[in-house]
Design a protein around this ligand. Structure first.
Ligand code: FES
Length: 195
């Protein structure tokens, strides 16, 4: 006869395995949905892409001045499809002091919040750093693959490292406190394709 503790343990393991399997199926289904690999469109919402809070709509109040960027996906506001089928849709969202932005950056911002492609223009790594620049005393967006730095106050122009171009910018607007995308990417996303 089976030990009851062993039976409970087997049941728990089966439940966990089933849960993980279903979560995997759900994630795969999300990525297969029509529109999931299309670039961000006007009217899309922004949702968190990080594991624990993935899919949560980003509100202006979620972003604090000086804090590191939030990592986001665009989400079709009509179909609710999260456009996570392409890593070229990875977005960085952060709040800056509008007084420190150049005019173009300010014109693309909403309530001091700006958004950029998270894909480095050098060889396409994800930009994950937010720390003091090698060349100044302000925090900048940094790609740790080869240490390129981008200044988000000036349209994410390159201020250090080998990246050949600024990060693509994503104009924002606000609707009922939620951030929405006001226009498609300005600039090319990611690294230059060879040839
Ligand atoms: S890929 Fe980002 S610096 Fe090289």
């Amino acid at each position: 006869m089976k030990c009851p503790r062993q039976t409970r343990r087997s049941l728990l393991l089966t439940t966990l395995a089933t849960g993980a399997f279903l979560a995997g199926r759900f994630a795969a289904a999300q990525e297969d949905q029509p529109g999931s690999d299309e670039r961000p469109q006007k009217g899309d919402l922004l949702v968190l892409s990080e594991a624990e809070h993935e899919g949560k709509i980003i509100k202006a109040g979620d972003l604090k001045l000086g804090e590191p960027p939030l990592h986001a996906w665009p989400k079709d506001s009509k179909t609710s499809v999260i456009r996570k089928g392409s890593r070229l849709n990875e977005i960085l969202v952060l709040r800056l002091d509008p007084g420190e932005m150049d005019e173009e950056t300010r014109s693309r911002s909403a309530d001091g919040i700006v958004a950029y492609s998270a894909i480095c223009t050098h060889t396409g790594c994800s930009v994950t750093g937010w720390l003091k620049s090698e060349t100044g005393d302000k925090d900048v967006l940094k790609c740790f693959c080869h240490n390129s730095e981008f200044n988000p106050r000036e349209g994410a122009q390159v201020v250090f490292g080998p990246a050949p171009r600024r990060l693509a910018a994503l104009p924002l607007a606000l609707a009922d406190g939620s951030l929405t995308i006001a226009a498609r990417f300005v600039g090319k996303v990611g690294a230059q394709q060879p040839g």
